[in-house]
Design a protein around this ligand. Structure first.
Ligand SMILES: [Zn+2]
Length: 1128
């Protein structure tokens, strides 16, 4: 049933590499020998598989496409091995000429000199076949393929390593490839309508106004009124929202003193500059060699983990409802959701932690290693909880990420769990041990997260392992001053002379004190000599639906105004380019060339054979042509206001946009309001509204066509990412359309029922989201590679990207709001290791044109007992990873399979715990404390929009929810899975946070049950992307008047989505709390005030996941079901 869609396989499942420039990237060829490419996966436990009803075929989860081992053939002969050692960088890279292998591209658009390109067969791959392999064990990986292109053992040359990682750059020729112009037909081409469009339907119904003759500007309606206000926002305020959750839980290294005020001004003011060698100011600008300082301060305002007062006194005592749970404080310490950063140790399981004689790990940390063995022998994480008896398990605030059981010195410098997190914070020694534990092993990443503190190093020597290319990091060991041992492959490397000098302390001879060895997250600026051509400029192309339906929604006004407001805040530099395409049944280009007095509209009506009318003047330098761009933005909303054109040739518009962006790469932002119904990529409605509430399997979760996926892969090959904004009340087949973003590393935004008058709350969301979108940080032509210690293997990725090689993700754009997940298996026994490490390296071009490498390194202990594995389980990370896996499963197998598999995941892990860890058998449904919320989270997933059955759910809503689970960073995904409920009619200042002179009340979390509601109160439910404020029928009049500004319950307006700004303490508290919650995520959750009579009450009630519904079990019933299964 599954073709492509959400089976999370970005690409190469069937061995048909969608090789978008397989030869582009020599990095792909350097591998950890024997590690990540080892194709002999042991059989792995598959929680999604264990007890699921036997699926058709041998396997459930087609892991195929995720273990993309590109066939040898897709790699061009030569480049890998022969050229690898000789070139420091991009010399090897050849990017196919512009145009790429776009199957639907008319012949003449192809570059005349195809150059090194793939045979068409590979360029337009078939939809990924559903592999029958097991989701974890990947038995079908084409093992023999690997050696042919795998990194061989020849040691890399003595060139600066970074260069190897700065690929993705096409050859210079591509950069200036005039293919577009050379292929553009002359103006007289028939297709290039030089008169008002010839379509009968069009001209017949269209008033003369909106359509202008393509080559003239006369039709251009200039708004007579004053220009819209321009908000000269300082460039590069990546401001919008603060990073959602606080900074690293562990204190930054000594030299990084984070003092981020919780919602304060930019860090520049708040952070004392670290000791620096040269005193340069941090920023995106060029830096002097060897300087090292903080950047990204703009995103300031992060709450500091554990500032004084944060944890104190918010919850003076456990609320009555929780007292029966004898939960020690460490597991449920009153940390607010947003304060998860304040990581609390889940467990201090005694680890036989002895200093390995010559093992990995910083040698200087040996004292603490010894100390490990002295830790408490009664880990809270393993406290036995009888779930059937302890009903109030929900802590008053969300549980923090568990702290890996590492020596304090190691843990102190370990990676922030919000950035890099493992489902198991203690890694099993062997795959068979992992299989016994019946828990999924994987990593969750938020690699480009906005950080308030980010050390940046500019150095001509980026120190990496000569064997596996790992970046030097805090978890390597120094054998002496001159030699360091890689913590991933154990090769002993020399310390370069330059590295002996420490710019922080300005001292010599202490390489282990360099910032690279003191920070688990660090960013390098690649020296310019590594680059053969300037990095890509920031290029933004906007593709706008201007059909009748689009105009009806009124979105164009908001878009144009937001662009005008933020035009100076678009990330970029003097090279930034912008362009616009609009479309309905035809494609409209806009000539914005400097010197024109007005923008010039060019209409191409031949959508079957799309071409660029004036290729050189459609993407223009923003600084040079800003006035013309502003003119266009002011005119657009009125330009089409009378259109009657209802058709949508989205596919052709995307093809045109792809052509336009191909020479440079960049970001394509597509705004679509209906089902595309004309030309290539046209779709038909597949949704049967009568089946929305079906308890049977949901159909059409996979794409109807591979057009969007193919185009996305072409885009990926040309460093183009496509972001999709879908604003539609009707079915749009997001399962098909979403592929355009999914495989090109784009983002998807969805505003169902968007209408400028009828749905003001969505208008507000759209406005806020747009502002964030336009101004947030962006990285271009990015790749991310995840390495792990020899013996571990990564095999399945989740998120939006294209898997270019086994561990390399192609990310034409990377944005700070994107999350990723990977699954892992244990290939070789880790029994001689105390710790293992994981390193994610994100290489990108900043909007200022710098090539940068952001490196995160996570270190975790290795354990050899099941109880230690359980003690280190991270229930939220497990839930997040299972959600990703279940999305894949829903698409490739069926929704019911996915649901069964999730239930089985809970059954299996608790069974394993009962059978293998518990020494004394007791009655009841027993769980270790660290997993006590697991059944509840699984039940929440079963009731989540993505996976629920029996409840009316629009297909696009469901598909969008699935998309979100796949690419939302864990913190936001968890809110979507298990919303937070607070009582807010009695907010007090007791225990409140004080942030920037605002007092933020901190009500405690409530269980998601109607039991917890009370008619005389008001309750706020935070479900991540949406919030509900439920007003009880007998709500205290004080709240109604002081917060809502209405005299009584009956007077609460029906569609209230904004709290009035009343000058009362109650109003201020409530708004402060809601505003604070909103500030902690990069998107804008809408707020709906609801009463019993409200239409939206059903949505609110559906989130009461502990309660029974007509189609789903209550939490208690679910527990009984689990118990029944476990005792079988
Ligand atoms: Zn190495």
């Amino acid at each position: 049933m599954s073709t492509a869609g959400f089976n999370s396989q970005n690409g190469t499942g069937t061995g048909q590499a969608y090789a978008n420039g397989p030869s582009q990237n020599p990095v792909a060829l350097q591998q950890l020998p024997g590690v990540s490419y080892s194709m002999t996966h042991q059989p792995t436990y598959n929680p999604m598989q264990a007890k699921a009803p036997s699926p058709p075929g041998p396997g459930l989860y087609p892991s195929g496409p995720y273990q993309p081992v590109p066939p040898v053939s897709s790699y061009q002969p030569g480049p890998p091995l022969s050229s690898y050692p000789t070139s420091p960088g991009q010399a090897l890279l050849t990017r196919p000429p512009m145009g790429g292998p776009l199957s639907h591209t008319p012949p003449q658009s192809a570059s005349p000199s195809p150059g090194p390109r793939l045979p068409p067969a590979q360029a337009t791959p078939p939809p990924p076949a559903v592999s029958s392999s097991s989701y974890y064990s990947n038995p079908q990986q084409p093992q023999p393929m690997a050696p042919a292109w795998q990194y061989n053992t020849a040691p890399p040359p003595l060139v600066p390593p970074t260069s190897m990682n700065t690929p993705l750059r096409g050859p210079v020729a591509n950069h200036v490839n005039p293919a577009a112009s050379s292929t553009a037909p002359p103006p007289s081409s028939a297709a290039y309508s030089s008169a008002p469009p010839a379509h009968v339907s069009h001209s017949a119904t269209q008033p003369p106004g909106p359509r202008m003759p393509p080559t003239s500007v006369h039709g251009y309606t200039q708004p007579g009124a004053a220009p819209p206000p321009m908000n000269p926002i300082a460039p590069h305020t990546y401001q919008p929202s603060r990073a959602p959750y606080g900074p690293p839980p562990t204190g930054p290294p000594p030299t990084m003193k984070p003092t981020p005020p919780p919602s304060g001004p930019p860090m520049a003011n708040a952070t004392p500059p670290p000791p620096k060698a040269d005193g340069t100011v941090a920023g995106n600008g060029p830096q002097a060699p060897n300087s090292y300082n903080h950047v990204d301060n703009k995103m300031a305002g992060l709450p500091q983990p554990g500032p004084p007062g944060r944890h104190l006194g918010h919850y003076p005592s456990l609320p009555p409802g929780y007292q029966n749970a004898s939960t020690p404080h460490n597991a449920t310490s009153p940390v607010h959701p947003a304060m998860q950063a304040a990581t609390q140790p889940y467990t201090q399981a005694p680890q036989p932690y002895q200093q390995p004689p010559v093992g990995p790990g910083p040698a200087q940390l040996s004292p603490s290693l010894a100390a490990m063995s002295l830790q408490s022998s009664t880990p809270e994480a393993l406290r036995v909880v009888n779930l059937l008896q302890e009903r109030n398990l929900l802590p008053p605030s969300p549980i923090p990420a568990p702290t890996p059981c590492l020596p304090q010195d190691l843990q102190k410098i370990n990676c922030n769990p919000e950035v890099f997190r493992s489902t198991l914070t203690s890694i099993p020694q062997t795959q068979s041990l992992l299989n016994k534990a019946k828990m999924p092993l994987g990593l969750l990443l938020h690699p480009f997260k906005d950080l308030s503190q980010l050390p940046v190093v500019t150095s001509s020597t980026i120190v990496r392992c000569r064997s596996c290319r790992t970046y030097i990091n805090p978890f390597v060991s120094f054998l002496d001053q001159r030699r360091w041992k890689c913590n991933l492959c154990y090769r002993v490397n020399d310390v370069p002379e330059e590295f002996m000098y420490n710019p922080v302390s300005r001292s010599y001879g202490e390489p282990h004190k360099r910032p690279e060895v003191q920070n688990a997250t660090i960013e390098f600026i690649a020296p310019s000599e590594y680059m053969l051509r300037p990095p890509q400029p920031a290029v933004y192309l906007f593709v706008l639906d201007v059909s009748h339906n689009a105009v009806e929604t009124g979105y164009l006004n908001v878009f144009c105004q937001s662009m005008l407001d933020n035009i100076n805040a678009l990330p970029g530099d003097s090279r930034t380019k912008v362009g616009f395409i609009t479309f309905d049944s035809t494609i409209h280009f806009y000539n914005l060339q400097e010197g024109l007095s007005q923008p010039q509209m060019l209409i191409v009506s031949d959508i079957e054979d799309i071409f660029l009318p004036t290729p050189d003047s459609l993407l223009v330098n923003l600084n040079e042509c800003k006035e013309l761009v502003q003119d266009l933005l002011k005119s657009l909303p009125t330009l089409f206001e009378k259109t009657m054109e209802t058709q949508s040739a989205l596919g052709s518009a995307l093809q045109a946009a792809f052509k336009l962006l191909s020479p440079t790469g960049g970001r394509m932002s597509v705004f679509q309001t209906q089902l595309p119904n004309l030309g290539v990529g046209a779709l038909q409605s597949r949704e049967d509204p009568n089946q929305r509430a079906s308890a049977k399997d949901i159909q059409h979760l996979s794409p109807a066509t591979d057009f969007y996926k193919k185009l996305a892969l072409d885009c990926s090959g040309q460093q183009v990412a496509v972001d999709l904004f879908l604003l539609s009340a009707q079915y749009c087949d997001l399962a098909s359309l979403g592929c355009i973003s999914r495989y090109s590393a784009g983002s998807i935004y969805y505003y169902p029922s968007y209408h400028h008058q009828h749905n003001p709350s969505q208008v507000e969301c759209f406005q806020k989201d747009l502002k964030r979108y336009l101004t947030r940080k962006i990285g271009f032509e990015a790749v991310m590679r995840i390495r792990c210690t020899k013996g571990l293997s990564i095999h399945t990725f989740h998120g939006n990207f294209f898997v270019r090689s086994t561990d390399l993700l192609s990310l034409p754009n990377v944005n700070p709001d994107a999350g990723f997940a990977v699954q892992m298996s244990i290939e070789e026994n880790l029994d001689d290791m105390q710790v293992v490490s994981f390193q994610a390296a994100l290489l990108y071009t900043s909007s200022k044109g710098e090539r940068r490498i952001r490196v995160h390194t996570l270190c975790l202990p290795v354990v050899n007992s099941l109880s230690d594995i359980f003690a280190g389980a991270d229930v939220q990370a497990i839930t997040g990873l299972l959600a990703c896996m279940a999305v894949d499963r829903s698409v490739t197998a069926s929704l019911s399979d996915a649901r069964d598999a999730m239930t089985n995941a809970a059954i299996d892990s608790l069974t394993s715990y009962r059978q293998s860890v518990l020494t004394i058998q007791q009655p009841g449904l027993l769980s270790p404390a660290c997993l006590r919320l697991f059944p509840m989270f699984i039940l929440a997933l079963l009731k989540q929009k993505s996976f629920r059955t029996g409840t009316s759910t629009r297909l696009d809503d469901r598909v969008f929810a699935m998309c979100q689970l796949k690419y939302q960073p864990l913190a936001y995904a968890m809110l979507m899975i298990h919303p937070a409920l607070y009582r807010v009619d009695d907010l007090t200042d007791e225990g409140a946070l004080n942030i920037s002179e605002r007092t933020i009340p901190q009500p405690r979390l409530l269980q998601l049950s109607v039991e917890k509601l009370s008619r005389d109160g008001a309750f706020l439910m935070d479900a991540g992307t949406v919030m509900y404020l439920w007003i009880g029928r007998n709500c205290h009049p004080n709240f109604l008047t002081q917060v809502l500004g209405v005299p009584n319950y009956a007077a609460v307006p029906d569609n209230l989505y904004m709290l009035p700004e009343l000058d009362t303490a109650e109003s201020q508290r409530t708004r402060a709390f809601i505003g604070w919650l909103r500030d902690q995520r990069p998107f804008f959750p809408s707020l709906h005030v609801i009463r019993d009579e409200s239409q939206r009450k059903a949505s609110f009630m559906q989130n009461m996941i502990e309660d029974r519904t007509e189609s789903a079990l209550s939490y208690y019933e679910f527990l009984l079901h689990l118990q029944q299964q476990i005792s079988k």
